[in-house]
Design a protein around this ligand. Sequence first.
Ligand code: FES
Ligand code: FES
Length: 195
Amino acid sequence: MAERPVADRPLADRRTIELTVNGRDRSADVFAHHTLLDVLREDLGLTGTKECCLVGECGACTVIVDGRSVDACLVLGVEADGSTITTVEGLANPDGPSPLQLAFLETGAAQCGFCIPGQLVSAHALLGDVPHPTREQVEEGLAGNLCRCAGYEQIIEAVLAAAGSAGRPLGAADLRSTPAMDDRSATPDAGVAPQ
Ligand code: FES
Ligand code: FES
């Protein structure tokens, strides 16, 4: 029997995946062909992670998966099954914005704001690895995040300021200190994360 043309095959191939997102266990019944970006935005309602180029060029969709910063548009949701994920909604401290978020506000890093969630996540990952980076290390760490408003100077200034003002290394504990933020999934763009 001849195989059905691709166009006639059902797209409703769904799988159940389990994720830990911003410190909270989540389960989602997702389309097998959907990206992690689709899953975060459409299935979990976490629209702080932005959708833009969809080919790994702009960094707007940056999230942290098992400790590594990745472009969520390049990962299938089913590939992320079992992963621990931090999105921009999970970056704040339980009692308010993190030093990094405050630094973005104080330097005026957000102009139109569209790239800022990805910039924040990349910067958070960088400071987790290199608590007191040089300017060159910040530039390299954020090289995958494009800003169409060309607000690079303020963004770099914000990351350097946060590294100096944090008073202690931002490390694994900070990456884990996200459960309280998960309650913000109903308002995923709270704080400095724009729509
Ligand atoms: S939307 Fe994923 S890198 Fe641009
Ligand atoms: S602030 Fe507008 S794209 Fe970066």
